[in-house]
Structures are given as C-alpha cells and as structure tokens.
Design a protein around this ligand. Sequence first.
Ligand code: SAH
Length: 233
Amino acid sequence: MSALPPHEAAATQAALGAERDRMVDEIARMARETASETGHERFSAAVMAAMRKVPRHRFVDPSQERSAYRNHPLPIGRGQTISQPYIVALTTHLVAPQKHHRVLEIGTGSGYQAAVLCELVQHVYTVEIVEALGREAEQRLAALGYDNVSVRIGDGHDGWPEHAPYDGIVVTAAATRVPAALVAQLKPGARMAIPLGPQLGGQQFTLIEKSTGGRISRRVILPVRFVPMTGGK
Ligand code: SAH
C-alpha cells in the first residue's frame, strides 16, 4: 500500500516507468556494444518488452528503490545480489523463451529474473537454496500477480526432476562445472545459460545446447561475475 495521495502515487509510478524505459535503452546500447562477444546485436522484442514491464523496484530493498533502474547489480540481503539488468536480458534472450515453454531457474534470489521469464513463458520453476530468500520471493511474486511460477527450496545442483524436462534452464549463480542433473533435465533442442568458473573472477557465461539428437555443445558468451553456487556434493 502506498501512503501517498493518488496523484502523487501516480506521479511516482510515472517517474519509475520513465526510469525503466531508460534502463531498457541502456540494455539496448550494451547489447550493441557487446555484440562482437555475444553474437547478439539486439535482444528479442518480447524480451525487451518484458524488461520494460517488470517493476524491478519491487524486487529490491525499499532503501534501494531509487537505484532500481540503474544498470547495476543490487544487494538483496544475505550477501546475495540481483543481477545487472543487461545480464538478466541477455540470459533471457539466450534461452529463446516461447509462450508454451516451461523453464527452470536455479537461484531464485529476489525473484526478478523469474518474473521476467513469467512474462514470456507458460510456467517458471525456480529453485533457491536459502529458504528465507525463496519464501520472500514467492510472496513477492504472488503479490505482483505472477501465478505461473513455482518456488522450491533446495539445492539447484539437483534441478527439479518432478517437472523435467524443461524447454530452457537459467542458472543465476556461478558453478565450477555444469551439474549433470541439469543437463539431464534439459529437453532435446533446448538451451541452458550458466555462469561457469571459479568463485572469484574468471567466470564465463556459457550457453549449453542439447541438440535434437541429444548431443551437448557449449559456447562461451562473455566474462561475468556471479555469486557462487553453494551446495553440491
Ligand atoms: N536470479 C536472482 C539473482 C540470483 S543471486 C534474481 O533475479 O534476483 C544467486 C542466487 O542463487 C542466490 O539467491 C543464492 O542463494 C542462490 N543459490 C546459490 N547456490 C544455489 C544452489 N545450489 N541452489 C539454488 N540456489 C542457489
């Protein structure tokens, strides 16, 4: 609930909307600048429309609301961060989401990446290892009206076998190697975006593709810095 009178609340919403538009312009600029590395000069119109729609300020701590639309990662508590908007857009674009898709996310965090995916696919399954973060994200997504998302508390190294296989998988914490369960839960013809590498520096954002024949290929997209994936055996 907003304590502001309706006209002021509307003005705040309009200002946040304008900031969101500028954020999307910035993402488009960065996509052009990184095209030689990523091979993608622009992201799909549907992905950009989703980035323009999701209220990122609702996914950050209220004290960070005014910074929500800067193209930076932001703290979401418990030492975790919400990824830079450009990275969220790139991740989403790379898995080529379609309306009928069911997508798995590892690392729910604030729920922001999940919300962007919810705008584009039929259902999002998201796994978070820190219970408090997962429950908070679940409530936040429900409060914003996202009813096509399921949150599970658990170790993403195991994926979410009950709903597999998936039309796409996005991993939003850096793994030292690709968890075998995730490869197994990827549909033939589907893609997984995953940051791979050591905890501190040297991570490569990687796109894994399972061919219709089941062959696995991988392509390095660009260097990144994600929080480490914990758990694992
Ligand atoms: N996608 C999130 C940002 C993720 S930050 C967003 O849009 O806000 C990375 C998240 O991965 C953190 O919340 C961290 O707790 C979680 N994480 C780390 N290791 C994990 C694991 N093994 N399984 C599931 N989640 C994990």
